[in-house]
Design a protein. Structure first.
Length: 455
């Protein structure tokens, strides 16, 4: 679902925030516009009432409510508008002229309460009428009330702010919809940058941000990221080359030194012989380290001879089994194999053999308490999955991201021989095959998984 990631986009959130603010402004404008129109309309009605009062020359009319009622009955509603109403009351508040249905008792009480010696504008509201008129007190205590029903006028003018608000809302909605493609595009560009950096962190140092620099901030950022990644890759390559070159240059002198030590050890005995034997073992360990560094450098730089072969899953596991069976037997560990004799996959057989051997070697060295170590190859969702599972203590999750780094050893045991390059080499082999290396604690034990894409 693209909605949830979209809301994480800062550009879309900004567009939504602006649209929401504009919506609040539109709502406020509707209220203010409605208030202003109401005031203007009522002011207009007051002007009509005063003009009507001047036209009828009420001051020339009788000031006695009874006489005035007769005069109004004689005149009738001729010349009056449909929304204009005239009411006449005597001193007791009884209705002498006008429609009783349009003047409830509660409104008559309101008129009585507002009656004084001067004329004033009165507003009366009911379910179907809203009267705004001039209340004129008569000399005999009666009341003359000439009013207009402003409710139809209010309803007609109310549509104006509503239509204005609806138009503004439609414009905001259109703007928001138009911002969706731009927000999605920017979100995809950010995701591409994140994915590229994640792949680079996982060891795929040839990846780059594929984004055209069209002059915006994302294009400039992509260009700078590619520049940094290129420089970092170049520096890493130079470090690997130097390491490999040093290892290669020191390999021959060390071999000569080892042979001389062996020759000397054959002519001595006692404590001197033991010291020479220890020196010979240390030179052998250094040579193993140099060979591992050179092999790792070849795999990481692509200099190794790499060719995909048709590999039988059961056969390659059985070869590893035969190679390590004497060692596991000495530790009292049982090796269990699980693979179909008919299943085949495509990879470099020598490199895959070395990767499985390294994983098994680590399981034996760092989980010697295991009773069983399981090797398996399965086909899951179109991928070849190679698992090596021991019954040791496992690796803490917070440390798993460091185990594929060069010379990184989590065990402090000095009696466990190693240089911290085993999993680094496995990871390089897996990356060369465009695969994935994962570590999972099985509690107890550790399961190391190699996933290779089909073909």
């Amino acid at each position: 679902m693209f909605i949830k990631p979209l809301f994480r986009s800062s550009s879309f959130r900004q567009a939504v925030a602006v649209a929401f603010i504009c919506l609040l402004i539109s709502a406020a404008s509707i209220v203010v516009c409605n208030y202003i129109l109401d005031r203007i309309m009522k002011s207009h009605v007051r002007g009509m009432i005063l003009e009507n009062l001047e036209n009828h020359a009420l001051n020339d009319r009788p000031t006695n409510s009874t006489v005035l009622a007769k005069q109004l009955h004689c005149e009738g509603r001729a010349g009056n508008r449909k929304d204009q109403f005239t009411f006449l009351f005597d001193a007791s508040g009884s209705l002498l002229y006008g429609d009783k249905q349009n003047m409830p008792d509660a409104q008559i009480d309101t008129l009585k309460a507002n009656k004084d010696n001067s004329s004033n504008i009165i507003s009366l509201k009911s379910d179907h009428l809203e009267l705004l008129g001039l209340l004129v007190p008569l000399a005999d205590g009666g009341m003359y009330f000439n009013a207009y029903n402003v409710l139809p006028m209010i309803q007609q003018t109310r549509i104006i702010p509503l239509m204005t608000g609806a138009g503004l809302f439609a414009i905001q909605l259109i703007i928001l919809l138009l911002s969706l493609p731009f927000s999605l595009h920017n979100r995809n560009r950010v995701n591409h940058i994140i994915e590229t950096l994640e792949q680079y962190a996982q060891g795929k140092h040839d990846v780059r941000v594929n984004d055209k620099n069209n002059g915006d901030e994302f294009g400039q950022l992509s260009q700078e990221i590619n520049l940094v990644l290129g420089r970092t890759q170049k520096l890493m390559g130079e470090v690997r080359d130097i390491t490999s070159h040093v290892a290669h240059e020191l390999r021959t002198p060390l071999t000569r030194l080892q042979h001389k030590l062996i020759d000397i050890s054959e002519r001595v005995d006692g404590s001197e012989f033991n010291e020479l034997e220890q020196a010979i073992k240390e030179t052998e360990q250094i040579q193993v380290l140099f060979r591992s560094i050179m092999r790792l450098s070849e795999v990481e730089t692509g200099q190794v001879s790499y060719q995909k072969d048709k590999i039988n899953a059961y056969e390659i596991l059985h070869e590893v089994y035969e190679y390590y069976h004497p060692l596991t037997e000495s530790y009292g560990i049982e090796l269990q194999l699980k693979a179909s004799k008919k299943y085949v996959f495509f990879a470099d057989k020598i490199l895959i053999f070395q990767a499985i051997a390294n994983l098994l070697d680590n399981a034996i060295k760092y989980a010697p308490e295991s009773k069983v170590i399981r090797l398996s190859i399965d086909a899951i969702l179109g991928e070849t999955v190679i698992n090596v599972a021991d019954q040791g203590k496992g690796i803490p999750e917070e440390s798993q991201q460091f185990v594929t780094q060069r010379f990184k050893r989590l065990s402090a045991k000095k009696d466990v021989f190693g240089h911290g390059l085993g999993l680094t080499l496995v990871n390089a082999i897996v990356s060369l095959h465009n695969g994935e290396l994962t570590l999972t604690n099985a509690n107890p034990g550790l399961v190391v998984c190699i996933k290779l894409k089909a073909n």
